[in-house]
Design a protein around this ligand. Structure first.
Ligand SMILES: Nc1ncnc2c1ncn2[C@@H]1O[C@H](COP(=O)(O)OP(=O)(O)OP(=O)(O)O)[C@@H](O)[C@H]1O
Ligand SMILES: O=P(O)(O)OC[C@H]1O[C@](O)(CO)[C@@H](O)[C@@H]1O
Ligand SMILES: [Mg+2]
Length: 787
């Protein structure tokens, strides 16, 4: 160690450092970018520590200051650009002593750590030891009293960055959905070749001791069988697995997919390897079977949209937390529950995570399962109940079985097919009759009696099985509403004896349900439970903060923006004005803006005016001038299609070009229906499963009730939705019904749009000037001085 005479700068501003540690995870760069920029925005100095805890232990230029421009373009980069490591010396007090000294020498006493349970454990130990470490450093003469005085406490905030999603206390970790995307792309591809050759495939996925990736992959791809560490199969699993696979084959399935978590084991903790599973399939079923081990492909590549906005919002929250916590506060970890970013106790989260691992080792599997996030068990059960439909104990008595009609209304959205598949499978498991209405309400009224095939058809298991990863709407969707022919709609409802209606779609689906509810007075055919599962890329359905398809759309937009932005790298100095869909809702424009780091986002809720454009052009000018060609990628402005009638996408691109006076160029780009995405994203697939099952359970609750009893219950016409940290049903009618409380009918969007607050964040993180002509607290502009 150097002596205490090592010069120490006395910082004039608070210094906050960020590091990434443990296995890398897509989205870590987004977190670092957000921490760096938010730190600067909040008037502090941003530092990074390279190579995880190794960098803290080694010090020197492994720890250095970061400026605004240094993190430009990081959102789209895979891995972690500041490096990560598994550092053995930090596990020892001697290593942490060196780390403490290096932090003081750099004037840093606030640290954001992004990693898994190990990283956070290390962080918590470090914080608890901090005063003792400093005292020891003074006693050995490595630091002086004066040097340690400003650093009496160490503030640490954790961000969970890990593909494993093994951390208790948060629904998802930064990186887990990107990894799941990679897995699903691979399994979707395997799916095709497996079908062609009628083969079996055993796919091994990562996750260490946690089965989240494996479970979600199985759900998202309709795997026939699954092995996860938390829920080892019963003894004799070989027979069970073979019998289920045989039954699926007998029903006409041409492929067999088995997902094996790398930590899979039997009830005696003996490893179940993918090759052992392959051997069972080959020898017992004589299936031509292949093993695919996905390995580190699961950790690499650019982050998906979900991980980009999640890491950004959590990075921002980490800085806010660092500046707010007091010495007595336990270190927080930034979590997400459904749609709500929150803070939880870091040590409690780590304790529970480690407990889950210990319980697995102690063969207490049920308890281990309950240590995972609350939905884990729900998802596991849902997977079991929908992968095969033969569960005699699940079947309802004849009197409680319903004829459930399923209809898609509105534009296609990713997740519509998986949701329908799940509803069908659940109905079959319970003994209900799933009936698909093809091509929406016009299909119902005009083609129900067509020969040889009408538009109202019972769904076969095999038909629905193939919808697990299909985009669009296989049963056909239509924007037309029942009001176009209410009498015929009611007649056909009666004719086919519908006893429940499941509507999947966007604002039109919501409107259709509302119309049917209001028409109950005239037509008793509608006095049945009606439930809407929001599915629209616009995410503009009242009663929910999330609609199926919006995540798929964001991924498509993010890919589009990444590609065009990169195309500017040869020409440089180019601004793309990208037109997004979304109707009167700026949701996808704003979330895409957060996910790609847009310079500005124009949304209908705010409109566009000439002053705004002038300010943004001035900002672009400043940006390009201070950039000095350092970053070659283009800049993105996102404009929602309805943001202004006058300032169209092309007009804005032309104005920018004109005003740039040759200093930079601009182009309009319209991804159009590309935004509906191809195959649904894993987020949309797994949420489709959960939401569709909840919807079926909801309508099931009305079995045995009279039409009037049903009509009298406000919840008999409801929307399922994510509301903050909960998934809830909201009634359409009644005093608290969405129709009156939360629907802006003329603008076709909810009255309260939760995401509007993110609009300001897009601006803060791009450094865009405020609308009042000022700048974002002066910090974002000021930072350009450093470049
Ligand atoms: N008990 C501990 N005490 C001190 N430091 C620790 C401890 N556990 C882990 N660390 C530090 O955290 C680093 C990362 O931990 P680990 O390798 O377990 O990965 P992780 O953060 O859990 O991420 P992932 O599991 O996603 O790869 C370790 O290399 C070590 O430096
Ligand atoms: O990259 P390494 O060090 O081989 O670690 C692999 C492990 O890291 C993870 O990718 C992330 O924790 C695990 O899923 C996997 O078991
Ligand atoms: Mg770990």
């Amino acid at each position: 160690m150097a002596t205490s005479r090592t010069p120490v700068e006395v910082p004039t501003k608070r210094r906050i450092a960020v590091l990434t540690s443990g296995g890398d995870a897509p989205g870590m760069n987004g977190a670092v970018r957000a921490v760096v920029r938010m730190t600067i925005h909040r008037g502090c100095e941003a530092y990074v520590v390279h190579e995880g805890y190794d960098g803290l232990v080694c010090g020197g230029n492994m720890i250095h200051q970061m400026h605004w421009e240094d993190v430009r373009g990081w959102l789209s980069r895979g891995g972690t650009l500041i490096g990560s490591a598994r550092c053995s010396s930090f596990r020892e007090r001697a290593g942490r002593l060196k780390a403490a000294r290096n932090m003081v020498l750099h004037g840093i006493d606030a640290l954001v750590v992004c990693g898994g349970d190990g990283t956070l454990t290390g962080a918590d130990i470090f914080r608890s030891e901090w005063p003792g470490l400093l005292r020891e450093l003074v006693s050995t003469g490595d630091l002086t009293e004066i040097q340690i005085r400003p650093h009496a406490t160490l503030n640490i905030v954790g961000l969970v960055g890990s593909i494993d999603n093994d951390m208790a206390g948060t629904d998802t970790t930064i990186g887990c959905y990107s990894s799941l995307n990679r897995i699903c792309e691979a399994v979707d591809a395997v799916f095709d070749t497996a079908s062609s050759h009628q083969r079996g495939f055993v796919v091994e996925v990562m996750g260490r001791n946690c089965g989240w990736l494996a479970l979600m992959a199985a759900i998202s791809t309709g795997a026939d069988w699954l092995f996860i560490p938390e829920m080892p199969p019963r003894d004799g699993w070989e027979d069970n697995m073979c019998s289920i696979i045989n039954r699926n084959r007998d029903r006409g399935k041409r492929r067999t997919i088995v997902i094996v978590a790398e930590g899979a084991q039997d009830r005696n903790l003996n490893k179940i390897s993918s090759t052992a599973v392959k051997d069972v399939l080959s020898t017992r079923l004589h299936l031509d079977t292949r093993v695919t081990v996905l390995g580190h492909t699961q950790r690499g590549g650019a982050a998906c949209a979900h991980d980009r906005w999640l890491s950004t919002l959590q990075g921002v929250e980490a800085v806010n937390a660092i500046l707010e916590i007091t010495p007595e506060c336990p270190s927080p970890v930034i979590s997400i529950r459904e749609n709500k970013i929150a803070r939880a106790s870091m040590m409690e989260a780590v304790r529970q995570t480690q407990k889950a691992t210990e319980l697995i080792k102690a063969k207490k599997f049920e308890e281990a399962m309950s240590m995972r996030d609350p939905e884990f068990r729900e998802y596991h059960l849902a997977y079991l109940n929908t992968t095969t439909t033969d569960h005699p104990k699940m079947a309802l008595p004849e009197s409680e079985r319903l004829r459930v009609a399923i209809i898609h209304v509105g534009a296609p959205a990713g997740g519509m097919n998986p949701a329908t598949r799940v509803a069908v499978a659940y109905c079959m498991t319970r003994g209900h009759t799933p009936i698909a209405i093809h091509n929406g309400f016009p299909g119902l009224c005009r083609h129900h009696a067509d020969k040889p095939v009408g538009s109202v058809r019972e769904v076969e298991w095999l038909e629905a099985e193939n919808w697990v990863n299909e985009g669009g709407s296989e049963i056909g969707t239509n924007r037309s509403l029942p009001s176009e022919d209410m009498p015929t709609t009611a007649k056909v409802f009666d004719l086919y004896k519908f006893e429940a209606l499941f509507i999947v779609g966007g604002f039109e689906a919501f409107t259709a349900a509302s119309q049917l509810r209001k028409a109950r007075e005239q037509y008793s055919a509608f006095k049945i439970p009606i439930v809407v599962l929001p599915a629209t890329i616009s995410n503009n359905v009242p009663g929910t903060e999330y609609s199926l398809g919006s995540d798929t759309c964001l991924n498509a937009l993010v890919t589009f923006c990444d590609v065009i932005r990169q195309s500017a790298s040869s020409s440089r100095r180019r601004v793309f004005v990208v037109e997004t869909q979304g109707g009167q809702s700026g949701y996808i424009a704003t979330m895409a803006g957060l996910s790609v780091g847009a310079t500005a986002v124009y949304i209908p809720e705010e409109g566009i005016d000439i002053k705004m454009l002038a300010r943004d052009i001035e900002f672009l000018r400043y940006n390009f001038a201070s950039d000095r060609g350092a970053n070659r990628a283009g800049k993105i402005i996102l404009r929602n299609e309805c943001a202004s009638n006058t300032y169209t996408t092309q007009v804005i691109a032309d104005i920018i070009k004109e005003e740039a006076k040759g200093r930079f160029e601009s182009r309009a780009a319209v991804p159009g229906h590309f935004q509906q995405g191809g195959k649904p994203s894993p987020v949309d697939r797994v949420r489709a499963l959960r939401m569709a099952i909840k919807c079926m359970q909801h309508v099931e609750g009305y079995a045995g009730k009279t039409p009037d009893e049903i009509a009298d219950d406000d919840y008999s016409a409801a929307v399922i939705g994510v509301n903050g940290s909960q998934v809830l049903f909201s009634p359409l009618g009644g005093p608290n019904g969405l129709e009156t409380t939360d629907t802006d009918w003329s603008r076709r969007r909810p009255k309260k749009e939760f995401w509007l607050r993110f609009q300001g964040l897009v601006d803060i993180l791009s450094g865009r000037p405020k609308s009042d002509g000022g700048v974002q607290d002066g910090e974002c502009w000021g930072c350009y001085e450093h470049t």
